[in-house]
Design a binder for this molecule. Structure first.
Ligand code: ADP
Ligand code: 5GP
Length: 187
């Protein structure tokens, strides 16, 4: 069966860190590259972390029905999962991995049902989340506040996920994530 694995969490919880680890250690997995209108961060490459689009191009893709789901995740910033990514990855016989926000993750779960494993990644506390996001230094002050405010809303949805993974000590999180994913792929 073609399968998908969804990692969702408030910004700063560690999705990128955990997903990159899994991609590096499990060749069966392949990352679904989302489209976004946010500007690339230092080191990010078009087509690798995201397809970086102008807003007009993003809206055009919505009109063309190219998205499985899309959202204005933060004010003025659009993110969306392209249907073509899922087809591309499945055609290679691989399992799709998504790094999407909490609402997008539940929409994808609804689409794929039992073929999807939806994992909610949780930092040990709000204070730790704040600390990690601040230290990452990728957002200016008002964006940081927007992300933290949204996190409080997003925590309400964790019970709707198949699994909750607490990201405290990174080595433990990696081991637990590998086990979850391996069990799901072999099920
Ligand atoms: P997300 O993709 O969910 O926004 P990131 O993977 O970018 O989150 O992680 C946010 C920041 O926290 C990064 O700077 C990352 O290196 C750091 N981080 C992630 N997991 C841990 C952990 N378990 N302990 C300490 N720092 C972590
Ligand atoms: P960032 O700007 O930190 O890369 O991502 C911001 C948020 O958007 C994260 O929670 C990330 O998971 C989410 N995101 C990334 N791609 C998508 C997508 O295709 N759809 C949705 N709904 N959210 C996404």
């Amino acid at each position: 069966m073609n399968k998908v694995i969804i990692f969702s969490a408030p910004s700063g919880s560690g999705k990128t860190t955990v997903v990159n680890h899994l991609l590096a250690t499990m060749p069966k997995l392949s990352f679904s590259v989302s489209a976004t209108t946010r500007k690339p961060r230092e080191g990010e490459q078009n087509g690798r972390e995201y397809y970086f689009l102008e807003k007009e191009d993003f809206l055009q893709k919505i009109n063309n029905n190219e998205f499985l789901e899309h959202e204005e995740v933060y004010k003025g910033l659009y993110y969306g999962t392209l249907k073509s990514e899922v087809e591309r990855i499945w055609s290679q016989g691989k399992t799709v991995v998504f790094d999407v926000d909490v609402v997008g993750g539940l929409n994808i779960k609804k689409e794929f049902g039992d073929a999807a494993l939806a994992v909610f990644l949780r930092p040990p506390s709000m204070d730790v989340l704040m600390d990690r996001l601040t230290k990452r230094s990728t957002e200016v002050e008002h964006q940081l506040k927007e992300r933290l405010d949204k996190a409080k809303f997003e925590f309400q949805f964790e019970t709707k996920y198949d699994s909750v993974l607490i990201n405290d000590k990174l080595e433990d999180t990696f081991v637990n994530a590998e086990k979850l994913v391996t069990d799901f792929i072999n099920s």
